[in-house]
Design a protein around this ligand. Structure first.
Ligand code: SF4
Ligand code: SF4
Length: 314
């Protein structure tokens, strides 16, 4: 097929063709690209965003902005579901009533040194894959060529690995590897493990994105009555955000996939069962009370002997 035929295909396509090149590329693939302030499309990519955030992205940004993770999540993100089982993800929240990033400024990105992984990668996309039988994820890349991005026409060539290093993305990849592997594992586990209960999605959200709340959870009496975390490890977790999110990835694997990571204290299982039993009793009592109330309401609406709409009593 020659180029003109391809052009016809693109013109006739019912939907806009994906800007992501279908080729899987390795790190030593040479690309042509440069982004700089004098390029004609300056800020075009930040004016219409769809950016998924990783736990490490959130950590960097909330620390830069001197906010708690909860405050950051509320102000700058929107939740979404990463799969059909409701695996929680978060994306950047654009400006009110618009599509632009809240950090976009005429002179460029207001959080440049701490910009998220996706912003660093662009126009390269990271593809992580994992076969169900494999214990490692494979990484490759794809090139995103959007019409508005003129950086592809700039006369500079470099390999994807060089570009990643220039953008500081190798550090972000390293810090996010444990989380990526866990997400892939959950996705590739498929329907076999069934839809996870809501509580595990809440745990996933907290340990992945809401690091300050997760710290309070790890420091809580109930956590420490259940898990035996050595004092020296706990003191690091209470002060070091990066160690805490790393701990969070492993904790989630422990809880979600039964990959033993933490020692449970003697009697913790029995205590948990007791707590669940007590909760089940409360839920049962609530259900019964609610059912009785509904029954009462039902019968109070049902016309009874003697109730007569027309007033006649015969
Ligand atoms: S964080 Fe910065 S680079 Fe990323 S979309 Fe926002 S303004 Fe653009
Ligand atoms: S060259 Fe591409 S990445 Fe750079 S500002 Fe333009 S659209 Fe954004």
């Amino acid at each position: 097929m020659d180029e003109s035929q391809f052009k016809n295909l693109a013109d006739e396509a019912p939907f806009e063709l994906s800007p992501v090149s279908p080729n899987m590329l390795s790190g030593n693939k040479v690309i042509q690209f440069r982004c700089h302030k004098d390029v004609g499309c300056w800020n075009a990519c930040c004016a219409n965003i769809d950016i998924t955030l990783t736990p490490y992205d959130i950590l960097r940004l909330k620390n830069r902005l001197e906010m708690s993770s909860g405050e950051f999540l509320k102000a700058y993100t929107v939740p979404y579901e990463m799969d059909q089982d409701g695996m929680p993800g978060v994306k950047f929240r654009p400006v009110d009533g618009g599509t632009a990033c809240q950090f976009m400024r005429p002179e460029g990105c207001a959080v440049y040194e701490d910009r998220p992984t996706a912003c660093r990668y662009y126009p390269v996309a990271l593809l992580s894959m994992r076969n169900q039988e494999e214990f490692v994820d494979r990484t490759s890349y794809a090139l995103v060529e959007e019409k508005h991005c003129l950086g592809h026409k700039e006369p500079r060539s470099l390999t994807i690995d060089e570009y990643r290093q220039e953008q500081g993305v190798d550090v972000y990849d390293e810090k996010g590897r444990g989380w990526r592997q866990m997400v892939l594992k959950r996705k590739s586990a498929g329907p076999g493990i069934g839809k996870p209960p809501e509580i595990s999605n809440q745990l996933f959200f907290m340990a992945s994105y809401d690091v300050d709340r997760f710290r309070a959870f790890v420091a809580s009496d109930s956590f420490n009555r259940t898990y035996d975390v050595p004092v020296e490890v706990m003191s690091v977790l209470l002060t070091d955000d990066e160690a805490l999110i790393e701990f969070g990835y492993n904790f989630l694997k422990h809880v979600l996939f039964n990959e033993k990571f933490l020692e449970e204290r003697d009697g913790a299982y029995e205590e948990r069962m007791e707590r669940l039993k007590a909760r089940a009793e409360v839920m049962k009592a609530e259900y019964l009370a609610n059912r009785d109330k509904l029954e009462e309401e039902k019968y109070s609406d049902t016309p009874r002997a003697g109730d007569c709409a027309c007033g006649s009593k015969d």
